[in-house]
Design a protein around this ligand. Structure first.
Ligand code: C2E
Ligand code: CA
Ligand code: CA
Length: 626
């Protein structure tokens, strides 16, 4: 009800015609249009009765309507009807005795039941009920007033006016309160909505809209608790995109983002109802598989999302991913337990060849522990300078002359004996030891090279080394300090290094080339570097991956592959070196295919600096004799 529609109404009920007439006379001048003088007097009375604060909101227009009844039941009916219509009374004057119907106290009680805030004036004769008894029947004494018959006209007017004003003021307050309440509810609803969206945002990855780590944590806990109630099985899988860093580096971050979004969509599609998906950052996704029985088919679907390349602006980028997964113990595993095991499984899946899925088993834990021990011991070995560099000769195509050397790390572990660099280099890379180790190799190699300044020596570099700021500058400084020409050092980088996410990798490589160092692409054909990379960086040499050589006579197309690599090298003006030559027939085939340089046990194994010096001395003597 708005204040504008408020009608100030009074209900009077008395069984005596004479009394009703008296009310009419007395109250008639209060009805709409009362004299200004009367109002002022009544305002003063109202202020006396209810305090000054009500005076300003007193409506001066007086009373709009007075309804007269003769019996209690009639009055209650009129009262109820008015309340229903939304035109409630401001005050009721009730005669206490109204035979033959029910008395005023009963009528008042019923009205109170309909409207607990109604102001009621009980009009009593001297012999009627005592106020205390009436109050007990009606309740709410602060809205209960008494008038004793025969009443005084002014007293009735005063009572009617002040009660109407009080009621008006109460209604204003109530309307205002209701308005404020509505406002508050609105604000509350808005808050709830924004709280819900903040809650959602905190659990979602902004790029893909998939769950983030926090969202995954919560969803994982729910899934685990559900599964633990029945005989449900949960698997946790890590998905890592192969070569995503290359997409980002070569095509830019905007393309990288779209690539990630599309892959995310495909993972969600492949997962369907068998689980849920989260993105944990970069190119790393997680799938919680809630239908254990679907594991194999789900893994197959996931691996196959790479069947269709990602198409962007006319070019197509291959999509390939590796998956590591583990079964979760629904009672005792936490998300970090699952993540740790899936991570180990992922690592070994990648090592086994990209584009595959691998499950966790206990041996991976043992392997991890072993690698931690190796990392610790390697750190000590670097510290006490117990590593060595050996050199393997690179031979002319006929296998007769040493035309180069490759520096290779050697480590004899105090208990384990010789540990292969193929084992400890990856461990060094993962355990923040590669920079220190790589530095040691560079310094040692430069020191050794001073003994054979006329032979080009290859030094292997790990991608991790390029992540140091100003790496190229430091290498240049080291060569200058050692007093050797950059032209006799060749850096070997593998294809995997090309794919690593190193922002200014190409710039650093370019700096090394400009300084005069030579550059070789190692293990060519084993990884992903395409011809694109070959033309981007200024390579001098291609080293054919050892697997091609060892596959000669085993795999029918190995020879053809070698011939095409040689063709490619020739076309680009690069030296082509064959690695891992162990048998004479391999040498013959490789020579016939056009390889420029040979490296392998057939000619020489890697040997110590002293042994290399003797070998080179013998060669010089032979040269002089010829
Ligand atoms: P890589 O760069 O491909 O080095 C050639 C590997 O082939 C060496 O293994 C060498 O001993 C081996 N090899 C040479 N001829 C034959 C052969 O006829 N048959 C067989 N089966 N193997 C042959 P090694 O010394 O065990 O090194 C393994 C890998 O460790 C290297 O492969 C290289 O990737 C890495 N590595 C070694 N030293 C360093 C280093 O100083 N820095 C870096 N970053 N990596 C290194
Ligand atoms: Ca190499
Ligand atoms: Ca190699």
């Amino acid at each position: 009800m708005t204040n504008a529609l408020l009608r100030r109404r009074i209900l009077v009920c008395d069984d005596e015609t004479g009394v009703i007439e008296a009310y009419r006379r007395i109250l008639s001048d209060l009805v709409e249009g009362a004299s200004a003088q009367g109002e002022v007097a009544l305002d003063a009375l109202a202020a006396d009765l209810f305090g000054e604060e009500v005076a300003p909101i007193i409506n001066r227009a007086g009373i709009d309507d007075i309804v007269y009844c003769r019996q209690g039941d009639e009055a209650v009916a009129v009262f109820g009807e008015a309340a229903c219509k939304g035109e409630p009374f401001a005050a009721v004057f009730l005669d206490v005795r109204m035979p033959p119907g029910f008395d005023g106290a009963e009528a008042a009680r019923r009205m109170r039941a309909l409207d607990p805030t109604i102001n009621i004036v009980m009009v009593t004769g001297y012999s009627d009920h005592r106020p205390a008894e009436i109050a007990e029947i009606i309740g709410a004494q602060d809205r209960l007033f008494y008038l004793v018959k025969p009443f005084d006209a002014d007293e009735v007017r005063q009572m009617a006016t002040t009660l109407v004003h009080r009621w008006t003021s109460d209604m204003h307050t109530a309307a205002e309160l209701a308005g404020r309440l509505r406002e508050l509810e609105k604000v509350n609803r808005a808050l709830q909505v924004s709280e819900a969206s903040a809650h959602r945002a905190a659990r979602r990855d902004p790029l893909t809209g998939l769950l983030n780590r926090k969202g995954l944590q919560e969803a994982f806990e729910v899934a685990m608790s559900e599964a633990s109630k029945g005989d449900g099985e949960i698997f946790f899988a890590y998905i890592d995109l192969d070569r995503f860093k290359m997409v980002n580096d070569v095509h830019g971050h905007a393309v990288g983002d779209r690539f990630i979004c599309q892959v995310g969509d495909r993972i969600v599609c492949a997962t369907g109802q068998d689980g849920f998906v989260a993105r944990l950052g970069g190119d790393e996704f997680a799938v919680v598989i809630t239908k254990g029985e679907e594991l194999d088919s789900l893994l197959n679907r996931l691996l196959r999302i790479g069947d269709v390349p990602f198409a962007e602006a006319g070019s197509e980028l291959p999509v390939s991913l590796s998956i590591g997964y583990c079964r979760c113990d629904v009672v005792s595993d936490s998300l970090s337990d699952a993540m740790r095991r899936a991570d180990l499984a992922l690592y070994s899946a990648k090592a086994a060849g990209r584009g595959s899925a691998g499950g966790y088993d206990k041996s991976l834990d043992d392997e991890f522990l072993r690698s931690q021990v190796i990392a610790r011991d390697l750190k000590t070995a670097i510290g006490i300078n117990s590593l060595q560099l050996h050199y393997q000769p690179l031979m002319s195509a006929d296998g007769c002359r040493v035309t180069g050397l490759e520096a290779l790390l050697r480590w004899t572990h105090p208990e384990r004996g010789d540990v292969s660099p193929a084992v400890f280099i990856p461990i060094a890379e993962q355990n923040n030891l590669m920079i220190e180790l790589g530095d040691w190799v560079l310094r040692q190699a430069m020191r050794d090279i001073c003994s054979w300044p006329d032979v080009v020596t290859s030094v292997n570099l790990s991608a991790v080394q390029f992540s140091q700021p100003r790496f190229a500058e430091r290498v240049i400084d080291l060569a200058r300090a050692a007093g050797i020409s950059p032209a006799i050092i060749e850096f070997e980088i593998t294809e995997t290094a090309l794919c690593a996410n190193i922002v200014d990798f190409a710039r650093q490589v370019e700096k090394l080339c400009e300084a005069g160092f030579r550059l070789a692409l190692d293990d060519f054909g084993s990884g992903y570097a395409g011809i694109g990379y070959l033309s981007q960086l200024r390579f001098n040499k291609l080293k054919i991956d050892r697997s091609f050589v060892s596959n000669l006579r085993i795999k029918p197309n190995a020879e053809r592959m070698i011939r095409s690599i040689v063709g490619l090298g020739e076309a680009m003006g690069l030296t082509v070196t064959a690695e891992g030559v162990e048998e004479a027939f391999q040498h013959e085939l490789l020579r016939a295919a056009g390889c420029d340089q040979m490296q392998g046990f057939l000619f020489h194994r890697p040997c110590s600096r002293e042994a290399v010096m003797q070998l080179l001395d013998r060669q010089r003597i032979a040269d002089r004799a010829a």
